[in-house]
Ligand binder design. Structure first.
Ligand code: 13P
Length: 258
């Protein structure tokens, strides 16, 4: 499957930003700007838990999917502060971010937890947006491919090609997140091509060719197009530049025309 047969996807990851009222205002502005179009790129907004219901309401009738930013792997139980996949689905989410580097590095999420969360998301009928990426030191020590393969294999361990078809991968080099140091298009393409090869090795060429792999890390209106021109970059996972509806609309437009 060539790139133009994979659906280009643009995801806003608001992280710990925006109340319900702010989510509503953002989506109203995005609607007004008219950047989200049927037949254009697929748009997802990952809102904080308390803003999800407002975001789902505000996105009604618009081609915008709403995502959680995390989930617990159990469906319910004595896990204070946690949220299950079933709860996200009931709130109207269709997607959930899993294994973001901030979860891994700030909150001690392991590859084993990431794996259980991917399974839990699929069991709840959600599309997991699974994040992988190397640190600056790992890249400097030439360990990027080792780390990416390990994170990929652990996240999707024991799954089928059919499971993979319901997942999205995001390559987010840790050194590029929130730093302004976007990966060059060549670096991003190299990592994406490698990750697609990892998918081919385990799930076969057909599943790998249809697998959406997003890039994340300091995406801005000025650098997105060159990234999207790469054959294995299927869209973006955007932090900072997704907080402003006008800026995000510019990114969505770049996705529509690529
Ligand atoms: P920035 O776009 O702010 O670098 O964040 C990237 C990211 O972590 C998206 O999940």
């Amino acid at each position: 499957m060539a790139k133009n047969q994979r659906h280009l996807t643009m995801v806003a990851n608001w992280k710990m930003h925006k109340t319900g009222a702010e989510a509503t205002a953002f989506l109203a502005r995005l609607r007004e700007l008219g950047a989200v179009k049927a037949g254009g790129c697929f748009v997802v907004v990952a809102a904080p838990f308390p803003a999800l219901t407002a975001a789902v309401e505000a996105a009604r009738g618009m081609d915008v999917a709403i995502a959680g930013q995390n989930l617990h792997w159990e469906s319910e139980g004595a896990f204070t502060g946690e949220v299950s996949g079933a709860m996200l689905a009931a709130a109207g989410c269709t997607h959930v971010i899993v294994g973001h580097s901030e979860r891994r590095h700030l909150f001690g999420e392991t590859d084993e937890m990431v794996h259980k969360k991917v399974r839990a998301a699929l069991a709840a009928g959600l599309t997991p947006i699974v994040c992988v990426g190397e640190t600056e030191q790992q890249r400097a020590e030439n360990e990027t491919e080792l780390i990416l393969r390990y994170q990929f294999e652990r996240a999707f361990w024991g799954m089928s090609a059919e499971d993979l078809r319901r997942c999205v991968l995001a390559y987010e080099p840790v050194w590029a997140i929130g730093t302004g140091n976007t990966a060059t298009p060549a670096i991003a393409e190299g990592a994406h091509r490698f990750l697609r090869r990892c998918a081919t090795d385990i799930f076969g060429a057909e599943a790998a060719a249809g697998f959406t792999i997003l890039y994340g890390g300091s995406i801005k209106p000025g650098n997105l197009r060159a990234l999207l021109e790469q054959p294995d970059v299927d869209g973006g996972l955007v932090g900072g530049a997704s907080l402003d509806a006008d800026a995000f609309a510019t990114l969505v437009r770049a996705g529509n025309s690529n």
